[in-house]
Design a protein around this ligand. Structure first.
Ligand SMILES: Nc1nc2c(ncn2[C@@H]2O[C@H](COP(=O)(O)OP(=O)(O)OP(=O)(O)O)[C@@H](O)[C@H]2O)c(=O)[nH]1
Ligand SMILES: [Mg+2]
Length: 307
């Protein structure tokens, strides 16, 4: 994929590894490396808590190695860093969305997915992109216009629905978002539709009204997947959004959008670590096809230089 999300981070890590001249693994020599690594991670917008965890795990791994003298310790350090990163990025719970869709289809019940996030991060477009992806894989879906708050939001979703040939269940502005979501689930059951994609209103994260509305949607339809949608350009502030939505709603997975713009990539590392759940897709453009599957291995392969 034409992605430069991790370019700078990879270059910096590569430079750090190239410079390593130590021949002995000791608390002092390891600290020299991890201090510099921490600086690099933080400069690339990895959250401090995540950078700390990476460096601490790397330190304890390296100090546990039996052999301490090396003519060239770089391969050991690279593979240790790869292992530590993969571990930090491996979510407590894995999410395979397409497998969940298939499982639900076998049981003849629709899979319900709700999308949450602050305003403008790309929730509505992500729903359209996912609707398209599902369509291409042979699954039907219905959109629920659960953003009854922002003027124009219902029409926006309806326009996507028309272009894609996907039905949109909507009520009027100001109506109860949970009721819209409930209608859409019933529609899917009645018409044997595979997936319900629920759009919700984005407001500033401090809005307690929004959180109450989102909690009500969750209570009424009990979505199978609650997806946090974030904007990669938000950088470090993304971590506080993830923490808040995770606390109030519980996030099962995330989508990180706008990675086609020049970003540092560190936020993608922190989001998985802080939320404990995986980023499953990246949005890398405004077209319906600009949605990429994402995995911890993908991140690690893009950050750790091959040699
Ligand atoms: N470049 C780029 N733009 C994106 C991406 N995802 C969304 N956008 C754009 O971001 C803007 C906001 O997208 P929406 O889908 O309306 O975002 P939203 O979260 O639903 O916004 P609200 O409904 O206001 O909360 C639109 O102009 C999208 O085209 C992406 O991956 N890359
Ligand atoms: Mg929207």
């Amino acid at each position: 994929m034409g992605l430069y999300l991790f370019d700078q981070l990879r270059k910096n890590v590569s430079k750090l590894i190239k410079k390593i001249t130590i021949t002995e693994i000791s608390p002092k020599s390891v600290a020299k490396i991890t201090n510099e690594l921490k600086d690099i991670l933080i400069k690339n917008e990895v959250a401090v808590a995540t950078a700390d965890a990476i460096c601490e795990n790397l330190t304890s791994f390296l100090l546990k190695t039996e052999q301490t003298r090396f003519s060239n310790p770089k391969p050991l350090i690279l593979s240790a860093l790869r292992g530590v990163l993969l571990d930090i990025l491996s979510p407590k719970r894995e999410v395979d969305l397409l497998e969940m869709v298939e499982e639900a289809k076998k049981k003849n019940i629709p899979l319900t997915i709700a999308f949450f996030g602050v305003n403008g991060v790309g929730k509505t477009l992500s729903i359209a992109k996912l609707g398209k992806m599902l369509q291409e894989k042979g699954y039907s879906s219905v959109f629920a216009a659960g953003d009854t708050f922002r003027a124009g939001s219902i029409q926006q979703l309806q326009q996507h629905g028309e272009k894609l040939g996907i039905r949109v269940i909507a009520q009027t502005y100001g109506s109860d978002a949970a009721a819209v979501a409930y209608d859409a689930v019933n529609h899917a059951i009645a018409k044997d539709i595979d997936v319900v994609l629920i759009d919700t209103a984005g407001r500033i994260e401090t809005s307690s009204n929004l959180m109450a509305e989102l909690q009500k949607i969750c209570k009424v339809v009990e979505p199978d997947l609650k997806i946090f949608v974030g904007d990669a350009l938000t950088g470090n502030a993304l971590v506080s959004q993830v923490t808040l939505f995770n606390e109030k709603i519980g996030i099962d997975a995330s989508i990180l959008n706008k990675v086609d713009a020049d970003v540092k990539g560190g936020a993608a590392v922190s989001v998985t670590h802080i939320s404990g759940s995986p980023i499953i897709f990246l949005g890398n453009g405004q077209g319906y096809k600009d949605l990429e599957l994402f995995s911890p291995e993908f991140i690690v392969n893009n950050i750790i230089p091959a040699k």
